[in-house]
Design a protein around this ligand. Structure first.
Ligand code: NAP
Length: 250
């Protein structure tokens, strides 16, 4: 394994499960010290122990991305423990209710926007303040194919993920001349616990939406995120990278 991130500090939200877990593990495999953050301390600690086995440091921090103070504390933890924050991946997100707009609950709208969109803004706000002080840093925001295309019965998710793509561009333009790169990735449907909240018939129908003929794997998304986070992507900022088995090409 190439140690392209040796000596770097990386922070991942929603890192106890699915895509975030795969990203945290691959940051560790590439030599970064990793701050693993999630709402689920037990599963998060399992990820920390796995990363520690890779000869790098790792710590778990319980943080709710929809709480601005938690985001600030997370950045402070990274700096206090490791002295700097090189890399952040704003990954935490939820699927939310499945319903038509007229029937969609106000509570689910607010919750999905709070976590999937405001959570990314709060993350950026405090991560960027630190990265400006340092004069370097890279951030990857987790969008979705639903940050570029719509679908039925997930209005809050679609709106939030489109918002993440816009926020990524706005942030990239503001900080491009300050040594900080900010990009978004847009996975197609990836086989993670997030999809388990879907009804069985909806889950089965997802495979057929991908020309490649299967769902994606968390590890495949992690490879793209690690590349964007590394110096190999040194001229890439403000970009949205789909990783979707051909979904958006249709
Ligand atoms: P996942 O397996 O459910 O993992 C998400 C993790 O985030 C969970 O550990 C969850 O904890 C945590 N989390 C939820 N709310 C949080 C909050 N407020 N603060 C901090 N952590 C929180 O989901 P995933 O599929 O890996 O999704 C990760 C990201 O990829 C999300 O942004 C999602 O929208 C995006 N994405 C997923 C797919 C897909 O098909 N799976 C496709 C495109 C994009 P709990 O389990 O305790 O709630």
């Amino acid at each position: 394994m190439e140690h392209s991130l040796a000596g770097k500090t990386a922070l991942v939200t929603g890192a106890a499960s699915g895509i975030g877990k795969a990203i945290a593990l691959l940051y560790g495999q590439h030599g970064a010290n990793v701050l693993v953050s999630d709402l689920d301390a037990e599963k998060g600690q399992v990820v920390v122990e796995q990363i520690k086995g890779m000869d790098v440091q790792a710590h778990f921090v319980l943080a709710d991305v929809s709480d601005p103070a938690d985001n600030e504390r997370l950045v402070n933890e990274a700096v206090n423990r490791y002295g700097k924050l090189d890399i952040a991946c704003n990954n935490a997100g939820i699927g939310g209710e499945q319903n038509l707009i007229a029937d969609y609950s106000l509570e689910s709208w607010q919750k999905v926007i709070d976590i999937n969109l405001s959570g990314v803004f709060y993350g950026l706000k405090y991560q960027l303040a630190q990265m400006v002080k340092q004069g370097f840093g890279t951030i990857v925001n987790m969008a979705s194919i639903l940050g570029q295309a719509g679908t039925q019965k997930s209005p809050a998710y679609v709106a939030a993920k489109h918002g993440v793509v816009g926020l990524t561009k706005a942030a990239a333009l503001e900080y491009a001349d300050k040594g900080i790169r900010i990009n978004a990735v847009g996975p197609g449907y990836i086989d993670t616990p997030l999809l388990k909240s879907l009804p069985d018939e909806a889950y089965d129908g997802l495979v057929g939406l991908h020309p490649i003929g299967r769902l994606g794997k968390s590890e495949e998304v992690a490879e793209l995120v690690i590349w964007l986070s590394s110096n190999k992507a040194s001229f890439v900022t403000g970009a949205y990278y789909p990783i979707d088995g051909g979904y958006l090409a249709q």
